[in-house]
Design a protein around this ligand. Structure first.
Ligand code: 5GP
Length: 112
């Protein structure tokens, strides 16, 4: 049980910007960009490394939803970044798959 499961179950509050039967999106508690939203599946998948063939549609739904939210919050035209930190070297700190939507400023490359 991660903190994100508790957010899904509404056991702890979050600034939710979108919800449907498959996923939830909410604002990151420690934003690293003016727009910083997390899109998570309700299914408790630990990371992209755990994604199975049966999850292909769900992962597509997460990416599609992230793009729609980026449009809705007004960062789409200027540009934004989608990130799925994966396992230790990927910098993942919460073991529940999540897509970061980062926008509202210019991003740099390579990432740290
Ligand atoms: P990761 O480092 O795993 O890629 O990203 C986890 C993200 O979850 C971090 O950006 C962190 O700020 C965010 N986060 C951790 N705990 C909470 C929480 O309780 N509420 C919200 N809204 N975000 C959280």
């Amino acid at each position: 049980m991660t903190i994100f499961s508790k957010i899904i179950n509404k056991e702890i509050p979050a600034d939710i910007v979108y919800e449907d039967e498959l996923c939830l999106a909410f604002r990151d508690i420690s934003p690293v960009a003016p727009t910083h939203i997390l899109v998570i599946p309700k299914k408790p998948i630990r990371s992209m490394a755990e994604v199975e063939r049966e999850d292909k549609e769900l992962v597509g739904h997460l990416m599609y939803t992230a793009a729609r939210i980026a449009k809705d919050v007004g960062v789409s035209e200027a540009g934004y970044r989608l990130v799925a930190n994966t396992n230790d070297e990927g910098g993942q700190s919460v073991p529940h798959l999540h897509i970061h939507i980062l926008g509202g400023r210019s991003m740099t490359w390579p990432p740290g």
